[in-house]
Every structure is written in C-alpha cells, then in structure tokens.
Ligand binder design. Structure first.
Ligand code: GTR
Length: 423
C-alpha cells in the first residue's frame, strides 16, 4: 500500500474508534464507582422472596411497575381496531423461502399509523415454525436482496443530512443491511424470520410525540411510554398477528434486537411474557449494561442525546444512578424463567461489555429460584467463547454490529431452548 492509502486507512480506523468511544467517559475498570445493586429478591417492604409464587405475584409485578414508572414508561394495551392485512404470500428466493408481508393497521385504517411485517419462512415446514422477531434500522427492504419487499412508507434515518430529516426510502437501499441477517441460514435451521422497520412504529427523533403510533394517543405523561416502550409495543402487536397465523408458532417467538433495538427487545420480553426467548445484541446503557457502573455511555448522556427514548421520570437519574430503585440486572430477571441471551463485542466499550455480562450474573438468583442455573459463569468468559445456560452470554471480537458469529450463537441457543418440535 502506498503512504496515501495508509494515511486514509489510519484516519478511517481512528474515526471509527472516536465514534465507538466518545471522549470524556470512563473506559477504565479501575475507575468504576463503588455501587450497591438493588436486590431483585428483596421486596420494597423489606421481606425476602422465597418462592416462585412470591416472585411471580409480588416482586416481579413490583419491579415491572418500577421500570414502567421510572424509565421506559407505561404503554397502552392492544388497540380495539387493530387490523391485519396479508398482502403478499409466495415462494421466493428460488423456492427456498416463503415470503409473507403483512400490514398491521393500528387504528384499522389504511391511511393511519401502520407497520409492515416482512416474514420469511422455511418452505417445507410441517406445522408452525419457531420464529425470530426483530426490528430493523433502515427498512425491511434493506434486509435481503429481494425486489418485491415493500419500501417503508415512513421517515427513514438520513445518512448525510442528520437524523431528523424526513427522508424517503429508495430502491438504492435494497439489501444494504443483509450482512446482519443471514436469512437463508435461519430458514435452513428450521426457523422463521420476521422483521419490522422500527420507524413505522415511531420515527426515531424527538418530534413532540406526533408521528407514528403516537398520533393516536395523547402526549405521554412523565411515567408514560418513550420510544423504546413504543417500539416494544409494536413488537407485541406483531405477536398479536402471529397468534392468527397458522404457519408461525406464536408460543416459540424469540425477540432479538441490536443496540437501541436490543434495549427494546429486553423491554419487550419484560413487558410481554408471550415472548418465549429474548436476545440482546450490544444493547448497552438502558439495555443490558448496569447503569450504576457509569462505564462508557451514562444515563445522563443517553437522556441528553436521545431525550425521547425513555420517559421524563428517568431524567431524575442523570448523574444520580444510585437513587434509581432498579438497575438493568432486574430487567434481565424480568425474563425469568425464560431464556435470555446477552451479547457484547470487545470493540464496543461504549456499551460496557462487562456491565452487560454482570447484569446476567446478578439476574441469577431469580433463575435459581426456579431451580435453573441462569448464567453459568463466575467471570466474564474469554473473547469468542460463548457460555449458555438459561442465560447465555458472549463477548465477540470486533465492533458494535450484528455478525454471523452472533447469529450462530442465537441459533444454537434457540436449538437448546426452543428446539423445533419433534415430528
Ligand atoms: C448510540 C447510543 C447507544 C446505542 C446506539 C445504537 O448512539 O449511544 O445507546 O443505542 O446508538 O442504537 O445504534
């Protein structure tokens, strides 16, 4: 390589490092502040939870309520006029997949708030298949090279013009995010894949709660839904549809998400126990990472950069994490006894890989109450060495992303816990 190319390569790498690790935040394990985590099994009245029944009828509802009130916000239930319209169903990808597209109208109106679910299913399935449900960042059409995927009707993030520009999705975007999905591999393993463009549910910018499904509801109060809770609400509406689709096993749906959408999958699994398995990919602050560690992204920073993600009550915990009655290990614990997989990346220090691991560890007492081992590790496992109990964890080499390695672990984990039914 000549020196010019080297210079460009070095600049590119350091730019990426800057983006992945903003300055002024702590990335040093030795400088993590001293903290005490709230005990998931200690009720607010001081009693200790001793049985599964006490957990399920008292402490779990208490923790769920705290997360709603203080952080993600309460969401409404299933709308009365929810309408499903399957507008596409055919064999595609040379007969190796069945593609369905379903429009879900939140107010039962074709010109009202709505989302499109793109579904790929294995073509020769005998009976309903277990399915991964995930939100995507840039439109369903970015997930695969498939000319007939409907383009999003809603706002998409602008690459160059900033995030609040009302861009339209174009043909150029087809397949651009396919490296994150491996559709054929998922189908070959006997699973379906369903995905929704998150901006269909709620465009990802601070718009005064006018766009997406918020148009149907009053402006949220300080304890009501932020965008993460809204995206999770959309995932539950997809599950409502799955309950009506005989090709999808709605009792074996794994909700998976990356980054802000990993925060969303954790919250979706907590708020809606119909999800059978939960996967958090590099979810970081407000997801799997313990807030009290203030390692990488902090509560104050996330509330400042993304004021619409959480509810307004969460602002109280800016630079004040210890005052919060919950921390993120309790979010993992809300999935119990269902399986949860937490994935980190070494190059993703902003998301605090060790803090993500520790959330799994500190959720263990709740899994143990069920006689399950939870996350079977005493310290963070070495890079690229997954550990899988009822809670799974890996830290892979590389940066903030979703890779084939990540999917390989999710498929193994699903084989272990959601195994396609024996015929
Ligand atoms: C970052 C944010 C993270 C993470 C990420 C993403 O800017 O600080 O919390 O959610 O975005 O979603 O891509």
């Amino acid at each position: 390589m000549n020196s010019m190319l080297w210079l460009i390569a070095i600049l590119f790498v350091s730019m990426n490092a800057l983006i992945a690790q903003p300055k002024g935040y702590n990335y040093d394990e030795g400088k993590v502040p001293k903290y005490t985590l709230p005990d998931p099994l200690l009720m607010t009245d001081g009693d200790r939870v001793k049985t599964v029944k006490e957990w399920e009828t008292q402490r779990r509802p208490e923790i769920l309520e705290l997360f709603k009130k203080e952080m993600y916000g309460r969401a409404p239930g299933k709308p009365a006029n929810l309408k499903f319209s399957v507008f596409d169903e055919q064999q595609v990808l040379k007969g190796k997949a069945v593609r369905k597209q379903v429009e879900i109208q939140f107010a039962g109106k074709a010109d009202g708030p709505r989302m499109t679910v793109l579904i790929y299913l294995p073509p020769k399935a005998k009976g309903p298949v277990p399915t991964f449900l995930t939100l995507n960042f840039r439109g369903n059409h970015t997930v695969a090279d498939d000319p007939n995927i409907r383009l999003p009707h809603s706002w998409v993030r602008g690459r160059t013009k900033g995030e609040t520009v009302d861009n339209r999705a174009t043909e150029k975007g087809r397949g651009v995010a396919k490296s994150r999905w491996g559709v054929m591999n998922i189908l070959k393993r006997g699973y379906g894949l369903a995905t929704i463009y998150y901006g269909d549910i709620d465009p990802d910018f601070d718009d005064g709660w006018k766009n997406g499904v918020h148009a149907l509801y009053p402006k949220p109060k300080p304890d009501e839904w932020g965008s993460i809770a809204t995206w999770a609400w959309g995932l539950s509406r997809a599950l409502d549809y799955f309950e009506t689709d005989k090709d999808i096993d709605h009792k074996r749906v794994a909700v998976m998400g990356h980054s802000r959408l990993g925060k969303t999958s954790l919250w979706a699994g907590a708020a809606d126990q119909r999800f059978a398995l939960v996967i958090s990919n590099n979810s970081g602050c407000g997801g799997a990472a313990l807030s009290r560690r203030a390692f990488g992204e902090t509560v104050k920073r996330i509330n400042t950069s993304f004021p619409h993600w959480f509810n307004d009550n969460f602002l109280k915990y800016n630079d004040n994490e210890n005052a919060c009655p919950v921390d993120q290990h309790m979010l993992v614990a809300l999935a119990a006894p269902r399986p949860v997989y937490i994935a980190s990346a070494v190059g993703d220090k902003w998301a605090d890989p060790n803090g993500e691991f520790l959330s799994g560890i500190h959720a263990n007492p709740v899994y143990q109450l069920y006689g399950l081992s939870g996350l079977p590790a005493s310290k963070q496992p070495p890079v690229d060495s997954p550990v899988m109990g009822r809670i799974g964890y890996h830290v892979r080499s590389g940066k903030h992303d979703v890779t084939d390695f990540d999917w390989e672990q999710y498929l193994k984990f699903a084989d272990k816990h959601l195994k396609p039914r024996k015929k």
